[in-house]
Design a binder for this molecule. Structure first.
Ligand SMILES: [Zn+2]
Length: 85
């Protein structure tokens, strides 16, 4: 059965910042994690975003600089568009 191609990519990516901030509803978090197990595209985005955040967190105590945050957001927006059929 393949009636609804990638129904949740948009949702996963739109909840991504909350997901990474751990400020997310546990049920939604579980839903996202289930989706990530099945969807390689979203997994790549999440992994890349996590690594980017880790790099910033490890190299300096300051929060993510505004321009980096903005670039990340734009990359995500592009990804969301590509994710849609
Ligand atoms: Zn996906």
């Amino acid at each position: 059965m393949n009636l609804s191609p990638k129904p949740k990519c948009n949702k996963v990516l739109s909840e991504l910042s909350d997901y990474l901030d751990k400020g997310i509803d546990p049920a939604l978090r579980a839903e996202i994690e289930q989706h990530l197990m099945k969807c390689k595209d979203c997994r790549v985005v999440v992994d890349t975003t996590k690594k980017t955040i880790d790099i910033f967190c490890n190299s300096e105590p300051a929060p993510i600089p505004e321009d980096a945050r903005h670039r990340l957001y734009e990359a995500l927006q592009r990804k969301i568009k590509n994710c849609q059929p």
